[in-house]
Design a protein around this ligand. Structure first.
Ligand code: GAR
Length: 218
């Protein structure tokens, strides 16, 4: 591993989490750098954000491949070619096969807009509102073959407020996504995260336990 941990960021859409990582990586003290942004969608807004930051981009359109295996082997080739050491899923909306996930085991992380293991899958905020829970949030976790499963690295909680709709809630959660994704990457790059018995153990010495936050503090 060099001085900076090399990241490949995989996106499918607007790339606001990518932007948060680009912003973090622009500060000299951040111990990771984005070496390639890869999208499975050619018009993804995040590609422009990457280009504007001078980061190499690639498009691997899943529709061009007859099956998941051939799509993923192109994806892996792009990642390997970039020299990335950690694969960061940032709004990458394709399910990955067990083969791909095992190839990148404990070097593949995802962000999901709920407090996992609650509300896996799509339409998270609508389902949170339907369920009537008082808190929701976001989770950064290592990826496992089952959707939205894997050792939790960092979580942030936000309140569900009276009058919220899916959009206001999504915006409140997204603000915290932009905080915890760079934090999780930093912890990994600083070698502070170990996976043991399917738990992500964090050495947070000196950081004051930032791996779980409630926003705003009660
Ligand atoms: C984010 O809210 C992310 O948590 C979610 O997609 C959005 C991408 O936004 N990911 C998932 O739902 C994955 N299951 P972005 O493109 O602006 O980062």
């Amino acid at each position: 591993m060099g001085e900076y941990l090399k990241l490949a960021v995989l996106i499918s859409g607007r790339g606001s989490n990518l932007q948060a990582l680009i912003g973090a990586a622009a500060t000299a003290a951040f111990p990771a750098e984005i070496v390639r942004v890869i999208s499975n969608v050619s018009g993804a807004g995040g590609l422009e954000r990457a280009a504007a930051a001078g980061i190499s981009t690639a498009v691997v359109p899943h529709r061009d491949y007859p099956d998941r295996e051939s799509f993923e082997s192109s994806l892996s080739e792009e990642i390997l070619g970039s020299g990335a050491e950690l694969v960061v899923l940032a709004g990458f909306m394709r399910l990955l096969t067990a083969t791909f996930v095992e190839e990148w085991r404990d070097r593949l992380i995802n962000i999901h807009p709920s407090l996992l293991p609650a509300f896996k899958g799509l339409h998270t905020h609508e389902r949170v509102l339907e369920a009537g829970v008082r808190y929701t949030g976001c989770t950064v976790h290592y990826v496992r073959p089952e959707m939205d499963e894997g050792p939790v690295i960092v979580q942030a909680a936000v309140p569900v407020l009276p009058g919220d709709d899916a959009d206001t809630l999504a915006a409140r959660v997204l603000e915290q996504e932009h905080v915890i994704y760079p934090l999780a990457v930093r912890l990994i790059a600083e070698n502070r995260v170990r996976v043991k018995a399917e738990r992500a153990l964090i050495d947070d010495a000196g950081l004051g336990a930032p791996v779980a936050t409630i926003n705003p503090a009660p």
